[in-house]
Write a protein that binds this ligand. Structure first.
Ligand code: ADP
Length: 607
C-alpha cells in the first residue's frame, strides 16, 4: 500500500517537474521570438525608410515594394505595411488576409519606434514598427505591423503536449515497476532483518521495527540489526572470556586436586559402576605392585591378582550399594611380598545416583609388624620370667627339703636363686627403661661430667663380674680427659650394658679393655673384647629391639635382646653415635662417639 502511494507521488512529481521544465522552455522561446521580431521589424523599417517615396508609393494599380514585402514567402508574420501622412491618413497600405491596418499615431521627429497594437479588430495582437521616410523629411512615416508571436501555450500545440504527457504517463509506471522489481530483494531482506531484529531485541517495540519497506526503513533496520549483532558479539566475547577464565580456573582446581590426591601417602582407586578403573594415583604401584597404566580403564579381573581385594570389589560392583556402606580388609598383596595392606572400599553415591566405588589402599606393614612384635614380646617376656621362676621354685623346694643338710648345696641353691632374681630384675629394669624411652618420658638431664671419673666407676663395678669369669678387665683412660655433657645415670646404663656384654660374650682367660680417646671435636669411648664376635649380618641388627644372635655353642648365656637397643637409644639421645666392629671368633669393639663440650662451657659446674 505504501509502495503504491509512493508510486503515485513519483508519477505526480515527475509530471510536475516535466510541466515546469516545458513551460520554462516555452517561455524562453517566446522571449527569444519577441527579440527576434523586434530586431527584424526595426531593421526592416530602417532599411525601407531610406528608399525614395516613389519606390515605396507605387503608382495606382502596381504592387510596390511593400506589397512585395508582404508577399514574400516566410514572412507570414507580417500583418500589414503602410505609409501614413502627418494627418494620420494612410497614403498606401497593404495587409495580410484578416488583418486591418490601424490608424497611425503621431511620430516623434526622426525617431524609429515600436508600439503594441491591441488586438481589437485583428484576431491577434500586432507589434508595429515605424519610422520617418528619409526622402520626405519625416512628413511621411513607414509603418510595418507584425503579428506578435503566439503565447507559450498555444492550443495548436495541444496534440504535441498531449503526446509528451502520454509518453510520461507510460514511462513513469514502467520505471516504477522496474524500480519496484529491483527493490523486491531489498524488501525481502528488510523482512528478514525485521524477523531477526524482533528475535534479537524483544525489548524493542514492534512498531519501531515496522519502520517501512522503503530503502530508508531498510537501512534503519540494517543499522539496528548491525547494532544488535555487534552488541551480541560483544556479549558473546565477554561470555567467551568469562567461560575461558572459569575453564582455566576449573582446570587449575582439577590439577590442584589431582596433585593433592597424588601426594597422599595412601593409594587411591576410583571405579565406575561397571567396575572399570577411572582414576588411580601413582602410590598403588609400590602398594599393589601394579603400574597405574595397567590399571586405568581396565576391569578388576585384568589387573587384580589378590583374591581378597577382588572379592571386595565384586561386592561393590553395580548400582544399589548403600551410600554409607564401607568395607575394610587386610591382606598381603601378591605383587609385593612382605607387605601388608588395608583396603577400604566406599560406595560413591549422591543425588540418588551411583558414581562407582572409591578404594583407599594403606600400607599396614608397620602396624602389622608392631602387632606381631607386641604378641612376640608378651610371649617372650612370659618365657623369660617363667624360666627363672621355675629355677627359683625348684631351688626353693630344695632348700625347704629338710633332708638336705649339706651346706655347700644350700649355698649353691641360694646363689642360683640370687642369679635368677638378678636376671629378672635386669629384665624388668630394661623393660621399664625401654618403655620410658618409647613413651618419651626418659629425657636426659645433661650436665658437665668428668669422663674419666664416670668410666673409672663403670670399670670398678664390672670388675667383680669379670673376675668371676676369669677375664682380665683393663682401663686405659687419661686423667685429663675432656668433660662431656651427659645424663650421668642414663649414660651409666649404656656403659654397663656394653661392659656386661663384653664379659658375657667372652671366654675364660679372655680380656676386656675400656678406653677413651680425645679427638679434635669429639671423644671416643671404646669397649674392646676378645670374645666370640659376630657375623656382619648380625652386627647390622644387634641394636634392634629384642634381637639376639642364635646361640650355637654349649654355653647358653641367656639374655633379652634389649641391652644394645637401650645403649644405642641412650647414645642417640645424647646426640652421639654407637659404632660396632666385630669379627666372628675374634672379638668386638663397641665405640661411643660423643661431642666434646664447647670451650666456653668448660668452666660450668662439674658433677
Ligand atoms: P642380650 O640380652 O641378648 O645380651 P643385647 O641387646 O645386649 O641382648 O645383645 C644383643 C645380641 O648381640 C646378643 O644376643 C649377642 O648375640 C650380641 N652381642 C652383644 N654384645 C656382644 C659382644 N660383645 N660380643 C659378641 N656378641 C655380642
Amino acid at each position: 500500500m505504501k509502495n503504491n502511494r509512493i508510486g503515485l507521488i513519483l508519477v505526480v512529481s515527475s509530471l510536475a517537474v516535466i510541466a515546469l521544465v516545458v513551460s520554462l522552455l516555452l517561455k524562453r522561446q517566446h522571449t527569444e521570438q519577441l527579440e527576434q521580431l523586434r530586431a527584424q521589424g526595426l531593421g526592416t523599417v530602417r532599411s525601407l525608410a531610406v528608399l525614395p517615396a516613389s519606390v515605396l508609393l507605387p503608382p495606382q494599380g502596381q504592387p510596390g515594394v511593400l506589397a512585395s514585402l508582404l508577399a514574400m514567402r516566410g514572412n507570414l508574420d507580417v500583418a500589414y505595411a503602410a505609409i501614413s501622412g502627418e494627418d494620420g491618413r494612410n497614403l498606401f497600405e497593404v495587409a495580410s488576409p484578416g488583418a486591418i491596418v490601424p490608424p497611425a499615431a503621431p511620430l516623434a521627429l526622426a525617431s524609429f519606434d515600436e508600439r503594441s497594437v491591441a488586438a481589437g479588430q485583428n484576431a491577434r495582437a500586432i507589434r508595429e514598427f515605424r519610422g520617418p521616410l528619409a526622402s520626405q523629411d519625416g512628413r511621411l512615416q513607414l509603418r510595418i505591423g507584425y503579428f506578435e508571436p503566439q503565447g507559450p501555450f498555444d492550443l495548436k500545440d495541444l496534440p504535441f503536449y498531449a503526446l509528451i504527457a502520454l509518453a510520461v504517463f507510460l514511462l513513469v509506471p514502467l520505471i516504477y515497476i522496474v524500480i519496484k522489481r529491483e527493490m523486491a530483494p531489498l524488501a525481502a531482506l528488510g523482512e528478514q532483518l525485521k524477523t531477526l531484529g524482533a528475535a534479537q531485541a524483544q525489548a524493542q517495540s514492534a512498531s519501531e521495527l515496522d519502520a517501512g519497506q522503503d530503502v530508508r526503513g531498510l537501512a534503519g533496520k540494517l543499522n539496528r540489526y548491525l547494532d544488535h549483532t555487534s552488541a551480541r558479539i560483544r556479549e558473546l566475547e565477554q561470555d567467551s572470556i568469562a567461560s575461558m577464565a572459569s575453564g582455566r580456573l576449573l582446570e587449575y582446581g582439577s590439577n590442584k586436586m589431582q596433585a593433592v590426591l597424588q601426594c597422599l601417602p595412601d593409594g587411591l582407586l576410583v571405579l565406575d559402576p561397571a567396575g572399570e578403573v577411572t582414576f588411580a594415583t601413582g602410590k598403588i604401584e609400590p602398594l599393589l605392585g601394579v603400574p597405574v597404566a595397567e590399571v586405568l580403564s581396565q576391569p578388576v579381573e585384568a589387573w587384580c591378582r589378590d583374591p581378597e581385594l577382588r572379592a571386595m570389589l565384586a561386592r561393590f560392583r553395580g548400582a544399589g550399594q548403600d551410600a554409607r556402606s564401607q568395607m575394610t580388609i587386610e591382606f598381603n598383596p601378591l605383587g609385593v611380598p612382605g607387605k601388608r595392606l588395608w583396603a577400604t572400599a566406599q560406595a560413591l553415591t549422591g543425588h540418588s545416583m551411583a558414581y562407582g566405588t572409591l578404594v583407599v589402599l594403606r600400607d599396614a606393614t608397620r602396624e602389622h609388624l608392631a602387632r606381631q612384635a607386641g604378641n612376640d614380646f608378651v610371649a617372650h617376656v612370659a618365657h623369660e620370667l617363667k624360666s627363672p621362676l621355675n629355677v627359683i621354685g625348684m631351688y626353693g623346694e630344695m632348700l625347704a627339703d629338710v633332708g638336705i643338710d649339706d651346706p655347700a648345696v644350700r649355698v649353691e641353691a641360694i646363689n642360683v636363686i640370687q642369679d635368677e632374681v638378678e636376671r629378672m630384675t635386669s629384665l624388668v629394669n630394661n623393660l621399664l627403661n625401654v618403655s620410658k624411652l618409647e613413651m618419651g618420658s626418659m629425657r636426659p638431664e645433661r650436665h658437665r661430667v668428668k669422663l674419666d671419673d664416670l668410666l673409672r666407676d663403670a670399670w670398678q663395678q664390672a670388675r667383680s663380674r669379670a673376675d668371676a669369669k676369669n677375664i682380665r678387665l683393663d682401663l686405659q683412660v687419661a686423667r685429663d680427659l675432656a668433660a662431656v655433657s651427659v645424663d650421668k645415670d642414663m649414660f651409666r646404663i649404656a656403659l654397663n650394658n656394653l661392659l656386661n656384654n663384653a664379659i658375657k660374650y667372652n671366654g675364660a682367660g679372655g680380656s676386656v679393655t675400656l678406653s677413651a680417646e680425645e679427638g679434635d671435636s669429639d671423644v671416643v669411648i671404646a669397649v674392646r673384647d676378645s670374645g666370640i664376635g659376630m657375623t656382619p649380618e648380625d652386627r647390622e641388627r644387634v641394636t634392634e629391639k629384642f634381637f639376639r644372635v642364635r646361640e650355637t655353642g654349649e654355653e647358653q648365656r641367656g639374655g633379652h635382646g634389649l641391652g644394645l637397643y637401650l645403649s644405642n637409644q641412650i647414645v642417640e639421645l645424647h646426640h652421639g653415635r654407637l659404632t660396632i666392629e666385630s669379627e666372628l671368633g675374634h672379638g668386638s669393639v663397641f665405640s661411643i662417639h660423643l661431642k666434646k663440650m664447647p670451650a666456653l662451657a668448660e668452666g660450668s659446674q662439674v658433677l
